[in-house]
Design a protein around this ligand. Structure first.
Ligand code: 13P
Length: 252
């Protein structure tokens, strides 16, 4: 039994209309129906979750969202709750993506609350962490990312932590075509695991850590070969059926 089952997650970001999402779901499912050794999830915009629920709820492909608020309901105009995501058959939710931290000013305190709320509603949070180029060039990347992991997860018990997925996404590698080298990605994912050991002891060995940032069918195999990389969070390459299906095959 492998300790950590590989996970490949697509993050569609702000892409796809209802017909596009339906078309993708139907065609993609056909191509990956035989994949039983990897967990797959598509994290889609809220507006197409009901379509994915119709097409994928009974399939091996999991449905995820890209954000949520931490309250179950109430006067929070424009927000979506974990309960609403459950309604849409979501099993996962991305929390703290660098685009939310940067453009929507999400801080670690808010992110920690969202993680806790997701777990309370039995949603798997995919926590995103990662440094910008300035931190990388100054040699401060490891310390920065360790700090994010600690601040975002500190309040969790080991049994809660075990259910969290962490995605290491260096900001300078997102959408830029610049992937971190497999060695650099491994070095950071290993540092994240050692930080997790500090919080939760041996449970750290069971926590899945993904890499994200310009992952494609052509570089996934090398990334997956690293001992502390358990999968990927994929942006651009998850938007095309053929490319994402190929990426999944190449990850096996
Ligand atoms: P790209 O794969 O497009 O670089 O995006 C990565 C990402 O941000 C996934 O969450």
């Amino acid at each position: 039994m492998p300790l950590r089952r590989p996970l490949l997650a697509g993050n569609w970001k702000m892409h796809k209309t209802i017909p596009e999402a339906r078309d993708f779901a139907v065609n993609f499912l056909e191509k990956v129906e035989n994949v039983t050794d990897i967990d797959m999830v598509i994290c889609a915009p809220f507006t197409v979750l009901s379509v994915l629920k119709e097409e994928l709820e009974e399939s091996i492909i999991h449905i995820g969202a890209q954000n949520m608020y931490y309250e179950t309901k109430g006067a929070f105009t424009g927000e979506i709750s974990p309960l609403m995501l459950q309604d849409m058959a979501c099993t996962c939710v991305i929390i703290g993506h660098s685009e939310r931290r940067e453009y929507f000013k999400e801080d670690d305190e808010l992110i920690a609350k969202k993680i806790k709320a997701a777990l309370e509603m039995s949603l798997t949070p995919i926590l995103c962490v990662g440094e910008n180029l300035a931190f990388r060039e100054d040699g401060k990347a490891l310390a920065f990312v360790r700090g994010q992991v600690e601040k975002d997860l500190m309040e969790l018990s080991p049994s809660e932590l075990q259910k969290v997925v962490i995605a290491y996404e260096p900001i300078w590698a997102i959408g830029t075509g610049k992937t971190a080298s497999a060695q650099d990605a491994q070095e950071m994912c290993s540092a994240i695991r050692s930080t997790l050991s500090g919080i939760a002891g041996s449970v750290a060995q069971q926590i899945r850590i993904l890499y994200g940032g310009s992952v494609k069918s052509g570089n996934i195999a090398e990334l997956m070969a690293q001992p502390d990389i358990d999968g990927a969070l994929v942006g651009g390459a998850s938007l095309e059926v053929q490319e994402f299906a190929q990426l999944i095959q190449n990850a096996r």
